[in-house]
Design a protein around this ligand. Structure first.
Ligand code: SMG
Ligand code: MG
Length: 370
């Protein structure tokens, strides 16, 4: 395969409801859509980086810079036959994994489409459908949150994740648990606590939570190991895991008993699969996290979630939880808390190009020198 042209677009979609975590608030998302073309084929990818550096160090603007000045120039005009070969062209680029994931996803889509194979099959997926959970942000009041919890459980979503932060934790979780004694429930702190908050974490141990996600610093695994040793509830790492090697080290240290795999956080589908394999070999369950992906990134999340180790419901919900209109056809929707695999070639959903163009804030086309 050869990529002769790459189109980058920053596309804005408004959220149907603002989303607040311990570290950020948003009412729209700006994601970079990557289109690659060459050899009569095309592929699409999505860079799901937040615009601000509050979840991780990357932003939409850093992704744009890294794609435009380093990643795209490294792959354009070069021949490749496997994803390993195409990513080897930019192996000198450190970090910047959200940026890498957007381009890599487009290459997977291009490769899978050119072979007429669905992405989930190319990745080695074994599930025909995935179980879907929802992530619920911090609300103005507990009553407003309970309304959201009721609504999504009624829609059939298989588990609820609550965002927590100091001042919005034990009492909130208690109210949700009292109302829904048997719901699958978990919490995500987005790094809002320290080891000094051990009593709060231990209080959360009483609510039969599936897991506590990233309670401590975004770049820590040492203190998480100390915390895990004090808790019955499994600690799940999100922000701290950027690679299969990070996952191995965290597991060996006892820093977590579950891992959240995000395609964008680990730099793409290839590394996501490697994280999955490391976890599976060590008996660590994984689930697919989300970054409010538009339909392209969401389709990739559905595909990777078909691997056998994704045994817990993920944050891959229907796109209607976030967006009134999406950028792909068909829209990705959950039915009674499950999403079926797309069996068309590649990602299996068609980008709606005129809608993407209409919503693009910035566009750049890069071409191979002839
Ligand atoms: O895609 O449904 C989604 C969002 C899930 O809560 C979600 N993601 O830390 O896991 C997480 C957050 C990160 C995004 S908010 C900055
Ligand atoms: Mg998280």
């Amino acid at each position: 395969m050869r990529i002769d042209r790459v189109d980058l677009r920053i596309v804005r979609l408004p959220l149907v409801r603002p989303f607040r975590t311990s570290s950020s608030w948003k009412d729209h998302l700006d994601h970079i859509l990557v289109r690659v073309e060459g050899d009569g084929a095309e592929g699409w990818g999505e860079c799901a980086s937040p615009s601000d550096p509050y979840y991780c160090p990357e932003t939409t603007e850093t992704c744009w810079h890294i794609l435009k000045d380093f990643l795209v120039p490294a792959v354009i005009g070069r021949d490749w036959t496997t994803i390993e070969e195409v990513v080897a062209n930019y192996r000198a680029v450190k970090g910047n994994r959200f940026a890498r994931a957007g381009l890599e996803m487009a290459c997977w889509d291009m490769l899978a489409r050119s072979k007429g194979s669905p992405l989930h099959a190319m990745l080695g997926g074994t599930r025909g459908e995935i179980l879907s959970g929802v992530s619920l942000g911090i609300e103005e009041s507990v009553e407003a949150l309970l309304e959201q919890v009721d609504r999504y459980l009624e829609e059939g979503y298989r588990r609820i994740k609550l965002k927590i932060a100091p001042g919005w934790d034990v009492d909130v979780v208690r109210r949700v648990r009292e109302r829904h004694p048997s719901a699958l429930l978990q919490v995500d702190a987005n790094s809002a606590y320290t080891l000094d908050d051990l009593p709060t974490m231990q209080a959360l141990d009483d609510f039969d939570l599936l897991l506590i996600e990233q309670p401590l610093a975004h770049d820590d695994i040492i203190d998480h190991a100390r915390l895990q040793a004090e808790l019955k509830t499994p600690v799940c790492l999100d922000e701290s895991i950027h690679s299969a090697d990070d996952a191995r080290k965290a597991i060996e240290l006892g820093a977590c008993r579950v891992i959240n795999i995000k395609v964008s956080r680990v730099g793409g589908l290839l590394e996501a699969k490697r994280v999955h394999d490391v976890c599976q070999a060590r008996g660590i369950p994984v689930w697919c996290g989300g970054m409010h992906e538009f339909g392209i990134g969401r389709a990739a999340n559905v595909a990777i979630s078909s691997l056998p180790g994704f045994s817990l419901p993920g944050d891959v919900s229907g796109s209607d939880k976030y967006y009134a209109v999406d950028v792909v056809d068909p829209p990705i929707l959950a039915h009674r808390g499950a999403i079926g695999m797309f069996d068309g070639p590649g990602l299996g959903v068609a980008p709606i190009v005129d809608r993407i163009e209409a919503r693009a804030l910035r566009t750049l086309s890069l071409q191979a020198r002839r």
